[in-house]
Design a binder for this molecule. Structure first.
Ligand code: A2P
Length: 344
């Protein structure tokens, strides 16, 4: 007997990818339900070779649904996730609404799978921020080997991280440049076509942005609270795929060759690091892929036990939909969720 799964936010970038990945990975679902706002009732979305009609999240009854994959933004999650959890359905939420709640586990299955047992307090599990997910997949095996003291990360984040509207804005502005139409900016604070913007999410009192704060808070929660992390988060005119320049300082000695070997064996990681033209991965090539790609691994001679590396992954997959479905698989494989509805 299989599970009944709901995807809330099914018309969005991440929701559509969730439906693709559920089908691709053969998730043991007897029934998959697509949910969004009342605006989208009846809209059709694809689930493998099937077409699903979207229903209204607001009026949906979760009492026989086992897992809800939620990607409809923070405010929607704040409002609905507790109610869904109370109906006995486990919510795996892609927004930042629950990530810092001590009673909600924040999980990357390659990094901290055992923290999942905490989910039963609220029946909510949080999926990390897209930049943090790929970062911790690459840091975890190195931390296990040489103990990370400090990380400096600069992100190059694609517009799909800002939702479908972000992708439309890059497309429309790029087109407008070529046909000499006026450039309109709605989603981003400045023009994104042929530009980069050092601002993602809101500003905080200390001058950092919320996106930058998320990377440090979430790395500490999942990997090790003692690691010092500082971040600069930048939006770039790329449709899909986040890149990161990562500088790491370790407690113990580790060479670039050792790091390369460790990462080659590490779950979720793929090392592409040839010292030649094109011997590294760019975001364009990682779109549609599951792995976290690591390139340009080299020693940083300006500090003791320092390394630099380049980390790239598909933000809609490992940074969002894939990680959420890996969490659902973890729940199923560990027997933490059982199908509630008897198959018809
Ligand atoms: P809808 O298309 O009906 O607005 P993205 O991040 O790519 O923009 O996608 C956001 C997703 O969240 C969409 O599926 C959107 O549905 C959904 N969503 C937004 N607001 C609500 C709401 N109030 N109730 C349910 N779903 C919502």
């Amino acid at each position: 007997m299989g599970f009944k799964i709901a995807v809330a936010g099914a018309t969005g970038n991440v929701g559509r990818e969730m439906l693709n990945i559920l089908s691709e990975r053969g998730f043991p679902a007897d029934e998959v339900v697509a949910l969004a706002s009342s605006r989208s009732i009846g809209t059709e979305v694809s689930y493998g070779d099937k077409t699903l009609k979207v229903s209204n999240l607001e009026t949906y009854d979760f009492s026989d649904t086992d897992i809800c994959l939620m990607s409809a933004g923070g405010a929607v999650s704040q409002k609905y996730s507790p109610k869904i959890g109370q109906q006995g359905c486990v919510v795996i939420d892609n927004s930042s609404a629950w990530r810092y709640d001590a009673d909600v586990p924040l999980i990357v299955p390659e990094v901290n799978p055992d923290a999942i047992t905490l989910f039963s307090k609220k029946n909510i599990i949080a999926n990390p921020n897209c930049s943090t997910a790929q970062l911790v997949v690459a840091l975890k095996p190195l931390h296990d080997r040489a103990k990370i003291k400090r990380v400096v990360v600069s992100t190059y984040q694609s517009v799909s991280g800002a939702g479908k509207d972000g992708m439309d804005e890059l497309f429309n502005q790029t087109r407008a440049v070529f046909v000499a139409d006026p450039i309109e900016s709605k989603k981003f604070t400045k023009r994104i076509a042929f530009n980069v913007i050092p601002h993602i999410d809101v500003f905080m009192e200390d001058g950092y942005t919320k996106e930058e704060w998320k990377v440090l808070a979430e790395t500490k929660k999942m990997l090790d609270p003692k690691i010092k992390v500082t971040c600069t988060a930048v939006r770039v005119p790329v449709f899909i795929g986040h890149s990161e320049s990562v500088n790491i300082e370790f407690e113990n000695e580790i060479t670039a060759d050792e790091a390369r070997e460790i990462l080659r064996e590490a779950p979720g990681c793929l090392v592409v690091d040839k010292h030649e033209n094109g011997g590294y991965v760019t975001p364009y090539e990682c779109a549609g892929e599951d792995a976290t790609y690591i390139s340009r691994i080299r020693e940083d001679a300006t500090v003791e036990n320092g390394l630099n590396m380049w980390v790239v992954s598909d933000n809609l997959r490992k940074g969002a939909a894939l990680n959420a479905i890996q969490i659902a698989e973890l729940l199923v494989n560990r027997g933490l969720v059982k199908p509630r509805k008897q198959a018809a």
